[in-house]
Design a protein around this ligand. Structure first.
Ligand code: SAH
Length: 264
């Protein structure tokens, strides 16, 4: 990764492997970390369709990736998924509306598991490891046009074809439905890419930006650090948009930087 604030060690899981000496365990851990980094890099440098074909052929990649991802996320001061869950929960409950939500790149479907009492959640990922998840490339999910109220991409805009994912969100969202994105901030930094350009891209794609400061929402955590303070989330960029009734003009060549993990 290019930004040290967003990189973390890929040291993999701490669980001891039975029957192995401590040296063998050290090697096993290193190997697991290396496999995680390779899969992570492949996901960020191939199209969603190629990633889908590859994970369907060899689903163990999903397990290795997620063991590493979980290990990484334990080291973050704040997990954006938890903020999103709190935001959606606040919209439901007493007198609230039961929302139809698409969780695109859901991982192990924690969002659906956390909200199934208040909302209907459709969870999509490259491989289905539990009954909540439908295996699908998030550029083409099996939902009808205008059939959901909220689309979530939490750290899931991994493929090189980000415009296809945003187009799919626009297709399945009802007009005035919400799109919520959380991404590693450094992915929008440099190489001709910026948060400003991404927001411009979203506007042209037919969305209105509602807000990008979640520090005051339930579950939203101000993550100042380094004296930045004031609710500025240094590691992640989060944005909420609504689908407007304007026509969508997707800029096909828009791309976001890959997020690779440093070997430590
Ligand atoms: N949203 C979850 C998981 C984030 S990890 C969370 O925040 O905890 C990113 C996930 O996106 C991975 O599970 C990966 O398999 C999935 N993903 C990446 N590209 C995808 C694609 N083209 N189609 C479906 N899922 C994808």
């Amino acid at each position: 990764m290019n930004d040290s604030s967003a990189s973390a060690s890929a040291s993999s899981t701490e669980r001891p492997v039975a029957g192995l000496s401590s040296l063998q365990q050290k090697f096993a851990k290193k190997l697991e970390g290396a496999r995680f980094r390779t899969i992570n890099e492949t996901l960020y440098t191939s199209t969603g369709q190629n990633a889908f074909d590859s994970f369907q052929r060899d689903p163990i990649q999903f397990d290795i990736y997620h063991a590493g991802f979980r290990e990484q996320s334990r080291q973050w001061p704040y997990n954006p998924l938890h903020g999103i869950v709190a935001w959606l929960r606040a919209k439901g409950g007493k007198g609230g509306k039961k929302l139809r939500i698409a969780d695109m790149g859901c991982g192990d479907a924690e969002l659906a598991a956390s909200l199934s009492d208040v909302h209907t959640v459709h969870s999509f990922d490259l491989v289905s490891r539990n009954s909540r998840v439908v295996a699908s490339d998030i550029a083409h999910v099996p939902l009808r046009e205008g059939s959901v109220d909220v689309v979530v991409f939490c750290l899931a805009l991994m493929g090189t074809n980000v415009p296809d994912f945003v187009r799919e969100a626009h297709r399945i969202l009802a007009v005035r439905g919400s799109l919520r994105i959380a991404e590693v901030r450094s992915r929008f930094d440099g190489d001709g890419i910026s948060i400003k350009k991404f927001e411009k891209f979203l506007k042209r794609a037919g969305f209105d930006i509602v807000q990008e400061d979640f520090s005051k929402l339930p579950g939203g955590v101000a993550q100042g650090g380094g004296g930045g303070g004031g609710g500025h989330n240094k590691m992640f960029f989060e944005v909420e948009c609504t689908k407007s009734d304007r026509q969508s003009f997707i800029q096909e060549d828009f791309c976001v930087r890959p997020c690779v993990y440093k070997k430590r």
